[in-house]
Design a protein around this ligand. Structure first.
Ligand SMILES: [Zn+2]
Length: 91
């Protein structure tokens, strides 16, 4: 009688271990999918340069006060152009 009880307890114990093992694998898999999705989102964020309108990934350009530029040269040119534009329209 006790032997059978121990056997049943043992079976439950191994089922519990198996459940934990499978759960861990499943969670690891879910985390992998999430990181992959986040990485693709990062790559897919493409912005247009405010100066020359070329489209490049956000992480390769420069974000300046909400304006996006493909390189520092265009950021500089744009700011200069803006400043010039402002002075021209002064009364
Ligand atoms: Zn540009």
């Amino acid at each position: 009688m006790i032997g059978r009880l121990l056997l049943i307890l043992g079976i439950f114990f191994f089922m519990w271990l198996g459940y934990r093992f499978l759960k861990k694998i499943w969670l690891d898999r879910l985390n992998d999918v999430e990181t992959q999705e986040q990485e693709t989102q990062k790559i897919q964020q493409i912005k247009a340069c405010r100066y020359c309108n070329i489209h490049i990934p956000e992480n390769e350009g420069i974000d300046q006060d909400g304006d996006f530029f493909c390189n520092y040269e265009h950021l500089d040119s744009f700011l200069k152009h803006k400043a010039k534009h402002k002075t021209e329209h002064k009364p």
